[in-house]
Ligand binder design. Structure first.
Ligand code: G3P
Length: 218
C-alpha cells in the first residue's frame, strides 16, 4: 500500500516526506489555488519544487478539456520532471488523451472517477493510475469504499497493470477501509495519515514504561 499526500502545500509535503513513509504527491487545480499558486510559470515551478522534495510520483493536472489541448499540456507537464504523472479527467477526451500519452510513454492518472465503467476505460487506455473519489461519493450518500472493492476486483479479474489510487480520502478510517478493499495507493491529507498513529494504549503503555524506568533510575 503506497501513501501519497493530497496537497500542494510544501510544508505539509516536507513533513510527510520527513516521516519516511511518503510515496508520492497528488495535486489538483483546487489544491494549487488553495496555496495561491497562479500563472502558468508559477504553477510549473511549484510542480518542480514538489518534485525536489519527494522521491515518488507527483500528479500534475491538465486544465484543457479538448483533446488537442489536453495532450499538449500533458506533454509540457511530463517534460517538467521525470517524477511527473499527468492527471487527466475521466471524460471522453480524457480517455483519448490517456491513450495518446501512454503510447508516448507518458504516465497518467485518470482523475474524477466515480464508476467502475470509467475506471475500466481508463485502464484500457493505459492509465498508470485511476483515482476514484471516495469522499465525494460518500457526500452523495453513496458508499465510496464500495467502489474501491469493485474496481480492485475488476483490475484483478482482468490483470490490468493500472494502479488503484483511492482519492478524496477525508479521514483515517477511510485509509483503513482502502487497505481492506485492496487499493494500491491512498492519497490522503497529512492529518489522516498521522491519525493512524493515534492509540490510547500506546500513550498509556509508554507512560508506564517511562515511569517504571524512572523509578529505578532516579
Ligand atoms: O484527491 C482528490 C481530492 O483532492 C479531492 O478531495 O476532499 O476535495 O473531495 P476532496
Amino acid at each position: 500500500m503506497k501513501f501519497f499526500i493530497d496537497t500542494a502545500n510544501l510544508d505539509q509535503i516536507r513533513e510527510a516526506q520527513d516521516l519516511g513513509i511518503l510515496d508520492g504527491v497528488t495535486t489538483n487545480p483546487s489544491l494549487m489555488a488553495k496555496e495561491g499558486i497562479k500563472g502558468d510559470e508559477n504553477v510549473k515551478n511549484h510542480y518542480k519544487a514538489i518534485c525536489d522534495i519527494v522521491d515518488g510520483d507527483v500528479s500534475a493536472e491538465v486544465i484543457a478539456t479538448d483533446y488537442e489541448g489536453m495532450i499538449k499540456e500533458g506533454e509540457i507537464l511530463a517534460a517538467l520532471h521525470p517524477q511527473i504523472v499527468v492527471k487527466v479527467p475521466a471524460t471522453r477526451n480524457g480517455i483519448k488523451s490517456i491513450k495518446y500519452l501512454s503510447t508516448k510513454g507518458i504516465r497518467t492518472n485518470c482523475t474524477l472517477v466515480f464508476s467502475v465503467g470509467q475506471a475500466l476505460l481508463a485502464a484500457k487506455a493505459g492509465a498508470t493510475y485511476v483515482s476514484p473519489f471516495i469522499g465525494r461519493l460518500d457526500d452523495t450518500a453513496t458508499d465510496g469504499i464500495d467502489l474501491i472493492y469493485k474496481i480492485a476486483d475488476m483490475f484483478s479479474s482482468y490483470n490490468f497493470d493500472t494502479q488503484l489510487l483511492a482519492a478524496s480520502v477525508r479521514h483515517t478510517m477511510h485509509i483503513i477501509q482502502c487497505v481492506e478493499a485492496g487499493a494500491d495507493v491512498a492519497t490522503c491529507p497529512l492529518d489522516a495519515i498521522l491519525g493512524l498513529l493515534n492509540h490510547p494504549l500506546t500513550d498509556i503503555g509508554l507512560e508506564k514504561f517511562l515511569s517504571d524506568h524512572k523509578k529505578l533510575n532516579s
